[in-house]
Design a protein around this ligand. Structure first.
Ligand code: CXF
Ligand code: ZN
Length: 379
């Protein structure tokens, strides 16, 4: 085990607490990563709902340097820079189809906080189990135990501390445009909600050659940002009837729409924004029932649910990095960094809308990864 710091959520409505915890040495097929930076995603707040019970270490957009490898790991080595991705079984039909986001074990492997078999990787100072496998990584910590297969290697010259969001929010938005909707040159698209997922979708739509990209949000500042990333038109969503505002821009409707909000009324407007045979992608986490109006789908329209942008992280993340290096996908403009110890302020900055993508830095950039001192695991 290695003794280290982690942000532990002990109560659904409480603050995160920076605690000294013990992280296991890696088991077969696992590696230990010293986290250089980890993005906060709204899904990390699901343990504030009845989804996963505290105590838990969340965090699922981690990136850092491998400091230990477990038995049987041959394709990763100490010193490798990696982005951490979600867990999947690798055996089921959808994993075999290159769609790990639809793994039949996605929910227990990623949302329970435990490894398959319910063992944990983190214990607190009293030796009590803390859920340590949130999305297979629990990376709001200095060290994360993760399966080698869930790590995506990256060039060591890149700013690793900023790359974690590529594995969830950014990949979800970009993948929705490239994979799920398959936007082509000349297409038109409306994106509802301009957080990380929506803005990444807008950047991807510009890359894909969409000629009309309508950004919709309540926040005019966000819409200004959306224009910077490629939106050609903007609609303030609480300034009246959304459907009429979009119809005024595109009377025949748009080829595609993408809802990132999960709000049923917004999804309804996203469907209404479509032309005949248009496709609406729903990537927002929907907490209430969606009620469709008579004939809303009758025009040959499709409504499609999307998880993690229908993406394989090993394929899409390297492509996004190439686009970023070419100056065509400036996802790092969405990021503001915070020390891990300022996690509550970072959460507040995100939920208030001031910051789009907070990234937590567990240790100052000057501290170079070292070999952690593992003592014998008691499990
Ligand atoms: C999540 C969204 C809710 C279902 C599981 C995947 N994506 C990223 O946070
Ligand atoms: Zn996420």
């Amino acid at each position: 085990m290695v003794t280290t710091q982690a942000a532990v959520l002990r109560a659904a409505d409480g603050p995160f607490q920076i605690e000294t915890v013990e992280v296991n040495e890696p088991a077969a097929g696992e590696v230990v990563v010293q986290i250089a930076g980890v993005g906060i995603c709204h899904t990390d707040f699901l343990p504030r709902t009845p989804v996963a019970k505290p105590p838990i270490v969340v965090g699922h957009e981690g990136a850092g340097t491998i400091v230990a490898v477990g038995p049987g790991v041959t394709n990763r080595a100490v010193g490798d820079r990696v982005i951490l991705s979600f867990d999947h079984c690798g055996q089921c039909r959808n994993c075999g189809d290159g769609q790990p986001g639809y793994c039949r074990e996605f929910w227990p492997r990623n949302m329970s906080g435990y490894r398959a078999g319910r063992s944990t990787t983190i214990r607190d100072e009293n030796g009590e189990a803390v859920m340590g496998q949130w999305f297979g990584q629990s990376s709001f910590a200095e060290y994360s135990v993760v399966k080698a297969t869930n790590t995506v290697p990256v060039d060591p010259s890149l700013p690793i501390e900023l790359l974690g969001p590529l594995s969830c929010g950014v990949m979800t938005g970009a993948g929705s445009v490239f994979n799920s909707l398959a936007v082509r040159p000349g297409n038109s698209l409306a994106v509802f909600g301009t957080g990380t997922v929506g803005l990444s979708a807008i950047m991807a739509a510009r890359v894909a050659g969409a000629t009309r990209i309508v950004a919709v949000d309540r926040n005019p500042d966000r819409l200004a940002l959306a224009q910077k990333f490629g939106a050609t038109d903007t609609v303030v969503s609480d300034s009246g009837d959304l459907t009429s505002a979009i119809k005024a821009l595109a009377p025949d409707g748009l080829d595609f729409s993408l809802d990132t909000t999960g709000v049923p009324e917004v999804i309804t407007a996203a469907i209404d924004a479509l032309r005949m045979r248009g496709v609406c992608g729903c990537v927002g986490v929907q907490l209430k029932p969606l009620v469709l109006q008579p004939n809303q789908l009758a025009l040959g329209r499709t409504v499609k649910g999307i998880l993690v942008g229908d993406a394989s992280p090993h394929q899409l993340i390297p492509r996004l990095i190439e686009l970023w290096q070419a100056g065509r996908f400036p996802f790092d403009d969405l990021i503001e960094t915070f020390p891990l110890s300022a996690i509550d302020a970072a959460e507040q900055a995100m939920t208030s809308g001031r910051v789009i993508k907070p990234v937590l830095i567990p240790k100052p950039a000057s501290s170079t990864p070292g070999t952690p001192k593992f003592t014998k695991d008691q499990q």
